[in-house]
Design a protein around this ligand. Structure first.
Ligand code: 1HN
Length: 350
């Protein structure tokens, strides 16, 4: 590959004149924005064990009252981006949020999309666009862009959930902001009941209802049952995986990040293909080992890890007797499906 001229190869007075006119020569910087053959990600394979995080989050509950935090969250930050950037990857933000009995996290809405994946505790709920969504372990609850949301807790033990937002991407686009609001009058969520059965849609005469986000809560009991049924129906199927979709359109449930749930059969070793965007994986049940580049993460239930794009990886169920269940998120659509070169043609860039 051709070595390109450096900035220092240009006369100082010329460089000075360029800068005064807000002009920059491309060639000294071309290789850094367009590296040869593969991207140069900042995102590092990272593991956030829940056992280490949980006591620190509970301590935050003692140290900072909800009124002084609005959202009591410890951010799962990727050291490759710098912890202060609060990014898990270029596109994804992750945080573990704690709500104590009787607390209320006030209503607001914002441009980034969010989802909650419930990790532990009973009795909390989030109200999204006026729909009261109860939170049970493993549930996925959408908070799409622009919808009002506040969180309450009528139970008697701490509740913890994982927040996933496309905040870094929306912030990068200089489009991130929020608006505060009043506590919402909550009516029971009905989306998951309207769409309780796959393949059947509510169809009042004479046209189908079309709402941007017809289903906000995806109960874990249903997702888990779907994975078990899929595994039983297709014993030879390698990746027992389902996508969280908009039940009216079949498209991804939200419009920037895609969400999936995966079951590892007892004893299974699953090779996962490289995808162009970074991926986050959260273990809901069981125990598994994630092999990413030269690292091995022993994942227990409620652990979270991430890996950069363009990286094949392997998940191994640590139990020979019980299945393991995980959820994952990534940017759904490929950035560069043509990106296979002769050097990495064995990798599919999904
Ligand atoms: C947010 O709105 C929540 O509503 C949690 O619970 C975490 C992180 C950054 C920006 C907005 C919430 C957030 C957030």
């Amino acid at each position: 590959m051709q070595q390109l001229a450096r900035l220092e190869d240009l006369p100082a007075d010329y460089r000075e004149e360029l800068a005064q006119q807000n002009l920059v020569p491309l060639w000294p910087n071309l290789r850094s924005v367009l590296p040869p053959d593969k991207p140069l990600p900042n995102t590092r394979a990272t593991h956030w064990p829940y056992a280490a995080l949980r006591p620190l989050l509970l301590r935050a509950g003692e140290l900072t009252p909800i009124e002084k935090a609005e959202r009591r969250v410890l951010v799962l930050a990727n050291p490759g981006h710098g912890l202060e950037k609060m990014q898990a990857s270029a596109a994804m933000y992750l945080g573990m949020q704690l709500l104590l009995p009787g607390e209320w996290a006030p209503a607001h809405r914002h441009t980034p999309n969010a989802v909650r994946m419930i990790v532990e505790g009973e009795g909390a709920y989030t109200t999204v666009g006026g729909e009261k969504c109860p939170m049970h372990r493993g549930d996925l609850i959408l908070t799409p862009t622009g919808l009002w949301h506040d969180h309450g807790h009528d139970g008697d033990a701490p509740v913890v959930w994982l927040d996933v937002l496309d905040l870094p991407l929306v912030h990068y686009l200089e489009a991130s902001y929020h608006v505060d609001g009043e506590r919402q009058a909550a009516k029971p969520a009905h989306g998951e009941r309207l769409h309780a059965q796959g393949g059947i849609l509510p169809t009042p005469f004479f046209e189908r209802r079309k709402t941007a986000y017809p289903m906000l809560r995806y109960p874990w009991t249903q997702t888990r049952a779907a994975l078990e049924a899929l595994a039983a129906a297709e014993p030879a199927l390698d990746a027992v995986q389902v996508s969280y979709v908009n039940p009216q359109t079949g498209a991804d449930a939200q419009n920037i990040l895609g969400y999936y749930a995966l079951m590892l059969r007892p004893g299974q070793t699953l090779k996962l293909p490289a995808r162009s965007p970074a991926t986050v994986c959260h273990l809901i049940e069981g125990a598994a080992e994630a092999r990413i580049q030269d690292q091995q993460f022993a994942l227990s239930a409620a652990d979270t890890c991430c890996l950069p794009g363009y990286t094949p990886w392997v998940l191994v169920n640590s139990s020979a007797d019980a299945p393991a269940f995980s959820s994952s998120s990534t940017k759904p659509r490929c950035i560069a499906s043509w990106a296979s070169t002769s050097r990495d043609s064995d990798q599919a860039h999904l």
